[in-house]
Design a protein around this ligand. Structure first.
Ligand SMILES: [Zn+2]
Ligand SMILES: [Zn+2]
Ligand SMILES: [Zn+2]
Ligand SMILES: [Zn+2]
Length: 585
């Protein structure tokens, strides 16, 4: 089959379907998509709230709970323990398929009729203010992770201990203000660091210890701003930085910002990967247009998954030994052949259009089921009844599609329509990856919610916090502090103060939400631009960086082109893999 151009039903832009894509769609028996990859990603992400917790009353007894869903969302929630108990039966909500109404409308009814668990968590110990999590112990405001202990304000991580304010970390301990770390110990204010310890203000370094303010280092120790020191000199210099003071810390931050743009960056954040595109791709093979992924093979258009993902398309969040996942989000843990599903885990197989189902197989259009097989709309069938009904429904979906107010047609093969989401665009992961302002969200047909947080009386302004951590007494734990940026209230909790003292770091001046959004801003977007390598032979094109090594293209400008998440207007010097490796490896 040849590649084929299509017009996206949603944004009306052109997109391409490649021969390999057609083979995948044939293999899993779905029609080719009618939305472009970005609109498909947004449509999935708009179902998913990764890191907001709302107060919401239990549908059972009105008890106030902390939930994925806000109070005014019409979704019904039960407490976690009640939902998972035998005290209610989701099969009671079972209904016949109505061939007089579009499938999607009937699915929406069931989605809102069946109660949901207030949070999506497993095996939690003393970690009430967390969500989308498995195996957390003593964690606070941590989201989307597995196996965290004594962590605070962490998002998207696995196997992290005693850490604070981090995003995307695997197997780390004692990290603070970091993004994209693997196997790091005592790492602070750093991005894309692997197998390192005791490092501060570092970008893209591997196997380093006792380094400060460095870029692109491999196997180094006692470096400060990319200059080698002796152990004694290093230790003396670090003391002089006086990082316990907020004022000094800010000066160092500014200095590092100026310093880091003097070095080339690789066009893609990636290592141990072959034939991959997108960004933040680790330990992967043939992972194309994938973002923030690890251990992915032969897959395309995927975001935020890890630990064994094979032969999947259009799949967001999770992973863990999965295969043939398509147009699904927040589904994972030993699963196979999952299509158009949301929040289904673990060990499910052959599910289509299911939400919040667990340990089940061969379900179509079901919500809230556990350990079931051969069900449609939460009603039990025999295997042969199930198979014939499902094929009739698929035909019916094409004969009587659902059409939304924008004229978008939903036949078999489309994910759940965005307008059915119980969340507003800006309450979901869609806003993090594809940020929109209120007007453009509404213009694009997405729901929007003005933030209406409970306000607290401020007892101290962040400007009046002690400059140095050594002057912060325990009384700070009683204060309600106003955030320097959003002016809303935040607090410092005991375990947090302990870590600031232990590492001699000043109290943060921003609330945890502003700290989170600052970290997100430092990450590249899920978008690619076609660019040419900025190596001009002996120097970078802008003359700022002097190459140390001879490159294969000699003294001429490097002809290599690539797709990169660094937009052309950015200041970074962007090198192709060859030029970057000549300088760094
Ligand atoms: Zn589109
Ligand atoms: Zn704030
Ligand atoms: Zn190059
Ligand atoms: Zn070069």
């Amino acid at each position: 089959m040849n590649r084929e151009s299509k017009q996206c039903q949603n944004c009306h832009q052109e997109f391409w379907i490649e021969p390999e894509d057609f083979s995948f769609y044939e293999k899993i028996k779905v029609p080719p998509p009618t939305f472009c990859p970005e609109c498909r990603a947004k449509r999935r992400l708009i179902q998913w709230n990764e890191h907001n917790l709302f107060r919401k009353k239990s549908f059972l007894d009105g008890q106030e709970l902390f939930s994925t869903y806000p109070e005014d969302s019409s979704i019904k929630v039960y407490s976690h323990d009640y939902w998972w108990s035998d005290k209610w039966d989701p099969m009671q909500y079972g209904r016949d398929y109505d061939f007089k109404r579009p499938f999607f409308e009937q699915f929406r009814d069931l989605f809102y009729d069946v109660p949901w668990s207030v949070q999506s968590v497993r095996n939690m110990v003393n970690s009430d203010y967390c969500n989308q999590a498995n195996g957390f112990k003593n964690c606070y405001l941590c989201f989307n992770g597995g196996y965290g202990e004594n962590c605070m304000y962490g998002v998207a991580f696995r196997d992290v201990k005693d850490s604070l304010d981090f995003h995307a970390a695997i197997s780390c301990e004692l990290i603070y203000e970091c993004y994209q770390l693997g196997k790091c110990f005592k790492t602070f204010f750093s991005k894309e660091i692997h197998d390192s310890n005791n490092v501060w203000f570092m970008n893209d370094c591997t196997n380093c210890s006792n380094c400060f303010g460095c870029i692109n280092l491999r196997h180094k120790q006692y470096y400060i701003f990319n200059t080698q020191y002796t152990k004694d000199e290093y230790e003396k210099k670090i003391k002089e930085f006086n990082l316990g003071s907020y004022k000094s810390l800010m000066e160092i931050k500014d200095r590092f910002e100026d310093f880091k743009i003097k070095f080339p960056v690789k066009y893609i954040h990636s290592n141990h990967s072959v034939n991959c595109s997108g960004d933040y791709v680790y330990w992967s093979k043939n992972a194309r247009y994938c973002y923030e992924v690890g251990v992915v093979e032969d897959s395309k258009f995927i975001q935020n998954v890890t630990a064994g993902v094979k032969d999947c398309y259009d799949y967001s969040n999770w992973g863990d030994n999965v295969e043939l996942m398509y147009e699904s989000i927040s589904c994972g843990d030993k699963q196979k052949n999952i299509k158009f599903c949301f929040d289904c885990w673990p060990a499910c197989q052959n599910l289509e259009y299911c939400a919040n189902c667990h340990s089940s197989s061969d379900l179509f259009g079901c919500v809230g089921l556990s350990k079931k097989q051969y069900c449609v709309f939460n009603r039990q069938y025999t295997q042969s009844e199930y198979e014939s009904l499902v094929s009739k429904i698929k035909e019916h979906m094409d004969k009587m599609p659902y059409t939304n107010s924008k004229g978008v047609i939903y036949k078999y093969g489309e994910f759940i329509p965005s307008e059915f989401s119980p969340l507003a665009y800006n309450e979901t992961k869609a806003q993090d990856y594809h940020p929109l302002d209120k007007n453009s969200a509404i213009k694009n047909g997405y729901n929007w919610k003005d933030v209406n947080r409970r306000e607290f009386e401020i007892s101290i302004s962040s400007d009046d916090l002690p400059d140095n951590i050594k002057d912060a007494t325990d009384s700070i734990l009683k204060e309600i502090i106003s955030c320097q940026k959003c002016k809303r209230a935040y607090r410092i909790i005991g375990a947090e103060l302990e870590l600031y003292r232990r590492f001699n770091l000043p109290l943060p001046r921003l609330c945890h939400e502003c700290r989170y959004s600052e970290r997100l801003k430092s990450r590249n977007p899920h978008k690619l631009w076609k660019r040419q390598c900025q190596c001009s032979g002996q120097k970078s094109e802008n003359g700022i960086y002097q190459n140390n090594a001879k490159h294969s293209h000699g003294e001429k400008k490097c002809p290599n082109e690539f797709e990169t998440s660094y937009s052309p207007d950015r200041l970074e010097i962007v090198y192709c893999e060859n030029c970057y490796n000549s300088e760094v490896a």
